[in-house]
Design a protein around this ligand. Structure first.
Ligand code: HEM
Length: 196
């Protein structure tokens, strides 16, 4: 496989590099999640949460086993489980194992960036969910303050250039995390005529 940093500007921050490298994957995932669930009705929102739980549970297991303390985003599957319980929905089966093979430089950083960065999107989704659900739908996950705090700390680390090895590892990990989410979203059954 070609080195991922071939066209990278060494003065570019790691965050800018990761955003560019995964922009298409993020767009694809956004569309796949809107197609698989969206959050227009209570039932849609429950499916959205179930999908998030299924995808995040194996990622959190990977982080627990491989990420150093400062690069381990706070787990969110417990918050999602709480929201699902409040919606009277059962927990979904977790997605298959997430793995990056032998853990290398940048892997934990790239994984942390995707999970913590997703809190930015969640903040936007939380506003829509509050409006659509009239403020009655549970938002422990979307409104997770601990992840936003972690994100603020991570920014300092990613808003500067990284060495080639770390940047390559972070990029591969970020791509793998997006691919993992995409596989979950694309594998999700979209029930016809789901009750709202
Ligand atoms: C469900 C559909 C999704 C929507 C509508 C969405 C929306 C957004 C939005 C609006 C931003 C930019 C926020 C800002 O700059 O203030 C963003 C950034 C981001 N999202 Fe998503 N997102 C979605 C799903 C996801 C998922 C599932 C992940 C990963 C697990 C993810 C990872 C990221 C990352 C890494 C960033 C960039 C962080 C940075 O700026 O460094 N998003 N998203």
């Amino acid at each position: 496989m070609a080195p991922v940093m071939d066209n990278a500007d060494p003065r570019e921050s790691l965050r800018a590099h990761l955003r560019t490298a995964t922009m298409a994957a993020h767009d694809l995932l956004d569309h796949a999640m809107q197609a698989a669930s969206g959050w227009q009705t209570r039932a849609d929102y429950a499916r959205f949460l179930a999908l998030q739980h299924a995808a995040r549970a194996p990622l959190e297991a990977w982080i627990g086993a491989h990420a150093p303390r400062g690069l381990a985003p706070p787990p969110q599957s417990g918050l999602i489980a709480r929201d699902l319980a409040a919606l009277d929905c059962a927990l979904p089966a977790p997605a298959p194992l997430f793995t990056l093979g032998r853990t290398g430089a940048g892997h934990a950083l790239g994984t942390a960036w995707v999970l913590a960065g997703s809190a930015l999107g969640n903040r936007a989704i939380a506003k829509q969910v509050a409006r659509i659900g009239g403020g009655t739908w549970p938002v422990a996950f979307l409104d997770d303050g601990a992840m936003m705090t972690f994100w603020q700390g991570l920014r300092e680390r990613v808003e500067r250039p990284a060495g080639i090895e770390e940047a390559e590892g972070a990029t591969r990990a970020a791509e793998a995390v997006f691919a993992h989410f995409l596989a979950v979203a694309e594998g999700a059954q979209v029930p016809e005529g789901a009750a709202s």
